[in-house]
Design a protein around this ligand. Sequence first.
Ligand code: HEC
Length: 427
Amino acid sequence: MMTPMVRIATLGILAAASLTAAPVFYRDVLPILQRNCQSCHRAGEIGPMPLMTYKDARPWAKAIRESVVTRRMPPWHADAASGHFRNDPSLTAKQIATIRAWVDAGAPEGDARQSPPKADFADGWRIGKPDVVFEMPKAYQVPASGVIEYTDIIIPTGFTEDKWVEKVEIRPGNRAVVHHISMYVREPGVEWLRRYPLGEYFLQDGRGLTGRETRPWETRFSGYAPGAPPETLPPGYARLFKAGSDLVLEIHYTTNGKPADDRSRVGLVFAKQPPTKRVLTLNARNLDLAIPPGASNHAVDGATTLHADAELTLLYPHMHVRGKAMEMRAVYPTGEREVLLRVPRYDFNWQIRYEPLKPKPLPKGTRIEATGYFDNSANNRFNPDPKAEVRWGDQSWEEMMVGFFEVAVDVRADVKQLLNEGPKFVN
Ligand code: HEC
């Protein structure tokens, strides 16, 4: 047996050795790439190049150093002062120093036997192997050009019993043409979109704000947008899919000069244990926004009050190309205010979702507020028309101001009470 003295001495030598040796790929860099980069930088994902192997990473070494030192990668836009988040992928100062030292030393390979175990991306899924996969029954044909209105398809789940779901991943079949996908779960007995066929693509009549059919808010589920990770809930938290429910997918296709087709998929992982909390999606938004031409910092407010006890599990700011910044706050029944999230430089290319470290209690009567800031000036290089007054709409030259948030309630609670006077449908 080693005496304590000897053990301390040995640790000292090990620490000294790892401080002086230059970092090498397999032992020091690959674990960081696996945890913080490969979810996007692998075949079929949104990163422009894979970073799976030494061969992949070596030619990008300098760009990798630059991207991590400037904290452009991995993408994350919450102001650190506004809180800490469970899914924050940001590198630590030590990890950044490791990558910098590795690149400065000429990006040495090291010994492949020191590799960490391979990251498991089962058949491309980030949620592990799904318990069930729904694929769109036929391909959607995207023309070479033109604007495509939001397109819907209804897929019956065939579930004969209630299912609790803890992970959901929506995978576009063709990322070049799928701009984003919203998913809804329509329970039996809900009239919404009943007059449309199952398993066929269709456009809803009466697009825009007025002609739409009333959709119960609790149908809102999850979505896919570039940069948004799949939904993975903490243990004990799950989404309810009632027996006989249908999935409604609303897909925004964009054309890119070549005809293309798409068959997107939805993967679900069921909860292994009965959950104690049911998760639902709400929002604080403003449908009446009118952003004046040329305005460089136009604020738009939205708010939603909770009429039952809940816990906050996720925040998700959503605006289009004129979106510049967003803040989300809680105003508690005591009158006390708390900033939940501040995104000082919103970037519509990254639909990032922020998960509080622990679900945060929101007592009955709490109001969730969102303020979005818009830049409709010519200085915004993404602005398609600084002379336009901009109103709410689906397309990217129109705007939205939505502070999505997710809450969890007791599985036995009557969810209708949460929003007893809330909006009839929620975008
Ligand atoms: C959420 C997805 C995502 C994650 C996680 C991510 N990236 Fe990226 N990365 C992208 C996308 C998309 C681009 C291309 C668009 C852009 O440059 O903003 C990109 C671009 C880059 C580039 C620039 C390539 C060029 O053309 O110059 C580098 C380098 C890079 N990433 C490295 C990393 C590293 C290193 C990590 C982990 C520490 C990482 N990325 C994590 C999605 C991601």
